[in-house]
Design a protein around this ligand. Structure first.
Ligand SMILES: [Zn+2]
Length: 81
């Protein structure tokens, strides 16, 4: 299982083949994990990944499962399981 590598930032294009784009609006992108990528925070496969470059973010519908956070220099990654 491949883990998302954040050591040099995060680019969706590096994982394009395994992440399905669900929604994109402005600086926010929501993706579905299609390739059983592992979460960089806990090492378990995640279901969805939200990538945002915004300084703040609100969730309209809180996820029901565990949430992991990871950040790079300019992006915040929210992973739901
Ligand atoms: Zn996790």
């Amino acid at each position: 299982m491949e883990t998302l590598d954040l050591s040099d930032g995060f680019s969706i294009h590096d994982y394009r083949h395994g992440l399905k784009l669900l929604r994109q609006d402005g600086e926010r992108t929501l993706l579905e994990n299609r390739a059983e990528y592992a979460c960089p925070a806990c090492g378990e496969p995640f279901e969805r990944l939200l990538v945002t470059e915004n300084a703040v973010h609100s969730f309209q519908t809180p996820p029901s499962g565990p949430i992991c956070l990871a950040r790079t220099g300019e992006k915040l990654l929210v992973l739901t399981h």
